[in-house]
Structure formats: C-alpha cells, structure tokens
Design a protein around this ligand. Sequence first.
Ligand SMILES: [Zn+2]
Length: 234
Amino acid sequence: MESPFQQGRTSTRASTTATLLQLIGTSPPTLDTAHDSFKWALTTSGSFTVKSTYDHLVNSLVGDFPKRLMWNPKISSKISFFMWTAYLNKILTIDNLKKCGNHMANACYSCLRAEESTDHLLTHCQYSHVIWLEILPHSGWCRPFPDTFANLIHGWVSKGLSHVGKIFWSFIPTAISWSIWNERNRRIFYGRTLSSYDLNIQIKTLLHFLVSNTYRDFKTHLDICVFSWDSLFV
Ligand SMILES: [Zn+2]
C-alpha cells in the first residue's frame, strides 16, 4: 500500500500538498483534543461575512475592472447593467445575435457602412463618433480614440478638469452609451431617427439631470449646461 507521502508524489496530489504546506506555513498548529472546525480565512475572527467576501472579490479577483464608472450607485441599475454587458461585449448587437445562431444580415443602422458590433456602435460608428466629439470638452484636449469600448472605459480619467467638470465626466460614458443604444433601438424598432445634434442636446440634458439629482449643491441652469458646455470643464 502507498504511503501518504508516495501518494502525494503524483502530479495532482503534489500540487495539492504544496498548497497545503503553504497554508500551514512555518508554524503548524499543535495537536490538541479540540474538535476540527471550519474557519473563514478572510476575517480575523474566523467567521464568515458577506462583506469580507465582497471586498475580496472586488480587490483581488476583479482586478482593474472600472467598478466606480460601471456601477455608479447614482445611476439606475438598468443602465448600469447595460454598461456592464457592453463592457463585456455581451449586448445584443447584430454580431452577437449571429454568434447565438441567428441568421440575419449585419449592417449598422446608424451609418449603414459597417457591420454592427459593440465597438463599432458605441465607439467608431460615424454617427457615434460625432456624438463623442461633440460631448468631449474641446479646449485643451487632444484625445486619441481607443480601439475598443472597453479600452475607452479603462482610459476614462478626469485629470485637469474643474470640480464640476469631474462630476460631469464620471457620468459621460454612461450617458452617451445609453443614449446611442436607445437611438439604435429607435431606428430599428420604430423607424425614427434623431440627428446627432438633437441627440447631443438630449445627452447634455440627461447629464444635467443626473448631476442635479446627485449633487444638491449643483445650481447651474440647464441652458448653460447645454449651450456653454465647455465652460463647465475649465
Ligand atoms: Zn455605424
């Protein structure tokens, strides 16, 4: 019969044994008469808490996931869920529907010049690109456009903006993406379109609503927000 040591020499068991030895460390527990019991390693008390699990997931497993931008508690969960699925390239664009086995022609309803995908629709489409350029503040900015929507979210930094500008900045990706998605659905399901100018006004109005609802001290009138947009960021 194999000794426990010999069993541990098989490749799978060797790695398990190594992990166990690592956990035990240089101060193995001493033998006593107490019964074995489970201990939760993420708390000092050894008791399980949801908070410790959440913190562990957020801080280690999720890595550099842009959680603050993606799961802003001031934004409705429906819109946050859309942002999350868009970031993961899981929204129901035509290319993703085709991957699920649907047989359909693929064309972007906003420009009719390329196939519809998350990155195209939300980032590179001619129509969407104009929206992004109109919303991004113009003074002092020279911003290369990322290759993917996920990279756009990752590179979304508010350095050098005014206090009010930083507040607006944190809502801009969500407001633009959600509005472009709604415009896309309006075109497909209702046959109606908004010009990029009209959508631009709608997005600024939405941003004003979000910021006003979030920060009660924000008193800037909607007119200034819409027609003197750049002044908010300097
Ligand atoms: Zn397009």
